[in-house]
Design a binder for this molecule. Structure first.
Ligand code: HEC
Length: 111
């Protein structure tokens, strides 16, 4: 049995990862600031949103979490922690490039 969708997902994730290495220059802290992440999140205490440590914990063993969360950060998605979904970049402080999303998710997952 083959699973074409899954393997595409993996390949795409690898492409995304490879593509962003060269450009990942903006400091995560600057992006967090610029996108007002700490308006709703904190590092270690659930507030309006799950803490970044909770998020990191939840996705620790999810292989394509980086890819999925980058996508979600840029394009949105359904709420699944609680009732409130993450606002889109336009409502947070401006557009978010793929590279910046990558940097942010990497930072969140390292908490
Ligand atoms: C206006 C409030 C708000 C702001 C600002 C905000 N978030 Fe969130 N975030 C949330 C909420 C609420 C959730 C839970 C959403 C859900 O249930 O899927 C969430 C979830 C997440 C998740 C987990 C998504 C998932 O699918 O499990 C990540 C990663 C995340 N936020 C990162 C960020 C980053 C990085 C920033 C800054 C760029 C940011 N958030 C800014 C409210 C916010």
């Amino acid at each position: 049995m083959t699973a074409p969708t899954r393997s595409c997902l993996a390949a795409c994730a690898v492409l995304v990862l490879a593509g962003s290495v060269a450009h990942a220059e903006t400091e995560p802290a600057a992006l967090v600031d610029q996108q007002h992440c700490m308006f709703c999140h904190t590092r270690d205490a659930p507030f309006l949103a799950p803490s970044f440590q909770q998020i990191a914990e939840r996705y620790r063993n999810v292989p394509d979490a980086q890819f999925k969360l980058e996508h979600k950060l840029r394009l949105g998605g359904k709420a699944h922690w609680g009732d409130m979904a993450m606002p889109l970049p336009a409502d947070r402080g401006g557009p978010l490039s793929a590279d910046d999303a990558h940097t942010l998710v990497q930072w969140v997952l390292s908490q």
